[in-house]
Write a protein that binds this ligand. Structure first.
Ligand SMILES: [Zn+2]
Length: 572
């Protein structure tokens, strides 16, 4: 009897110990899922975010016959491909899209409502990431100034750049916090805003200078260039393209758009020409580096610089994941100068396919693709030019900003207000609040009257008054305007053009994006990484989902202000 009792006690004790052990293991496993997932072959050492500026969601499909097997095709074959990813904000511009990808939230929250907005305090236009307290770090002794073509950059009041006005934390910021400052975070691009937004507040950014052909940064990030960057710039690799040509890389018969090379509405960037071969200016030509950006070689230089960075900064070399964002600007530049239905567009996407293959091969060698979580997307799409659409029989045009202002002012006169428009920079109209206040008429009524008058204007789909947006207007377009609305930065009236109409008529750049229509909101979203099952998903997703998905894959919380959700197909 006594013996039996002892055995029962023994059994109970053993069982209890067993439960305790299972419970302990459970705690360990549940409390440390990241560590468990990160062990061995599946360990993520690098998060590689590839952004292709202006790569509309249908272009990969359109051109895929010309792709090799190691670039876009490799990602599509191994990864999770979302074919219906749409931005939810109205002003589909570069900084807006990049900030959305980086933070997982909409411009109403991250504050980057456009490449340019009206600074109400200073009463002048401001460029998104300008910062007088973060001057550029000179990359060479003599001062060189190129000619600025980018209409947004031209409006910058200072050359200083920083992420100070980005109002939401990025994925990179969260990664740094999660790994106690040990994760390295870098953003590089052909454009300043595309590098700065992705690097967030705590990462480092480098971008291509159209003044010098160097990759530069600002004093926000560094007091002096790292040796490797100084050395890269010292080799003057961009200058070597002076006097050379951008030619077609294959027989013209292999291109879908072979006939679309010479069109009167394309732009010749001072001798660069409208047709292949495009000839780069000689050394010293102030537009040489702008021409390079509007070619596949700007993207190649970006990759070359990135390779130096990855090796010298020891990116992806240990079990703490690093973040590297690379944003290619060539497709967007070509879209602006030649349009999306040009031979130049087909050729640059085809060339980028090889540049991407080169990047993937390099990352595989240095980090290992089995340790790399990749996401590829774009900041916005692109509209076909009104002249092209009209040629095809879809009659549209360009809106003249002065006529929009005149129409708005005329509507203001009904309330006894002269020149009620303080500023119009597409898409926002800023009204003169003091003049409206002096009339004692409710601002809401003035705004609404102007918005109504504009909505009747040919080529305008809808003008949305900020004050009535909150109360009475609804629908998918208004939702996008609301997502774009930041209380101190946005204007009083948002002007939406009809499909294929352009909200501007002049300036050196004929092609444009920036509308809430699908050709501007539709972008590719492709994830590829360890353990992922290749699949193509056609349900509607949004670029705000990208940052939360990256975070969830690593077992982290989403960036603080993220509104998107982790994409379940990536996490399976
Ligand atoms: Zn653009």
């Amino acid at each position: 009897m006594k013996q039996m009792k002892v055995q029962v006690y023994k059994r109970i004790i053993i069982r209890c110990l067993g439960f305790a052990l299972i419970a302990l293991m459970g705690t360990l496993l549940s409390g440390h899922t990241t560590l468990a997932k990160a062990e061995g072959d599946q360990e993520v050492r690098l998060v590689l975010q590839v952004t292709v500026d202006g790569l509309r969601g249908d272009l990969l499909d359109r051109y895929q016959a010309g792709f090799g097997k190691d670039g876009f095709r490799a990602l599509m074959k191994q990864g999770v491909v979302y074919t219906n990813a749409q931005y939810q904000h109205a002003n589909t511009e570069t900084i807006v899209g990049h900030a959305t990808l980086a933070t997982g939230t909409v411009p109403a929250q991250h504050g980057m409502i456009g490449n340019v907005w009206f600074d109400r305090e200073a009463k002048e236009l401001s460029y998104n990431i300008e910062d007088p307290d973060a001057p550029l770090l000179p990359s060479r002794e003599e001062h060189v100034e190129g000619e600025q073509v980018d209409p947004a950059q031209k409006l910058a009041r200072t050359k200083g750049r920083s992420p100070k006005v980005l109002l939401a934390p990025t994925f990179g910021d969260s990664l740094t916090a999660y790994y106690a400052g040990k994760a390295k975070v870098f953003g590089v691009s052909g454009k300043d805003r595309s590098a700065v937004a992705m690097a967030g507040q705590v990462g480092k950014a480098f971008w291509f200078s159209t003044d010098t052909g160097d990759f530069i940064t600002s004093k926000y990030y560094y007091d002096a260039y790292p040796d490797w960057a100084q050395k890269w710039n010292g080799q003057r690799k961009a200058e070597k393209f002076a006097g050379t040509e951008w030619t077609l890389s294959a027989d013209p018969s292999t291109y879908l758009l072979a006939e679309q090379d010479d069109r009167s509405y394309e732009m010749d960037i001072k001798g660069y020409g409208r047709t292949f071969p495009h000839r780069f200016g000689e050394a010293g030509n102030k537009l040489l580096y702008t021409q390079l950006v509007a070619s596949p070689f700007g993207d190649e230089l970006l990759l070359d610089f990135s390779k130096e960075l990855i090796v010298n900064e020891k990116i992806g070399q240990d079990s703490v994941p690093d973040y590297f964002s690379i944003s290619f600007s060539g497709v967007d530049a070509v879209n602006h100068f030649f349009g999306p239905s040009s031979l130049e567009n087909e050729e640059i996407v085809r060339h980028l396919d090889r540049t991407l293959a080169d990047l993937l091969k390099f990352v595989d060698k240095i980090v290992g693709l089995k340790h790399t979580l990749i996401v590829l997307s774009a900041d916005h799409g692109i509209a076909d030019m009104p002249e092209y659409m009209t040629e095809l029989g879809y009659d549209v045009g360009r809106l003249v900003p002065e006529e929009i202002v005149a129409t708005a002012n005329k509507a203001g006169e009904a309330f006894g207000i002269e020149d009620v428009v303080r500023f119009f920079y597409r898409p926002y109209i800023y009204l003169d609040e003091e003049k409206i206040a002096a009339t004692k008429v409710k601002p809401y009524l003035v705004e609404k009257a102007i918005a109504n008058a504009l909505t009747d204007f040919e080529g305008i789909e809808l003008a949305v008054s900020t004050r009535s947006m909150a109360k009475e207007q609804s629908g998918p377009l208004v939702d996008k305007v609301r997502n774009n609305h930041h209380v101190s930065r946005s204007g009083d009236i948002y002007v939406i053009q009809k499909p294929y109409w352009f909200l501007f008529d002049e300036g050196p750049i004929p092609g444009m994006h920036g509308s809430p229509w699908r050709y501007d909101t539709h972008v590719p979203v492709i994830f590829s990484g360890p353990g992922m099952t290749a699949q193509t998903i056609s349900r509607l997703v949004h670029p705000v989902d990208v940052a939360p998905t990256l975070a969830a894959f690593l077992g982290m919380s989403p960036p603080a202000a993220a509104q998107g959700n982790p994409l379940k197909e990536v996490l399976k």
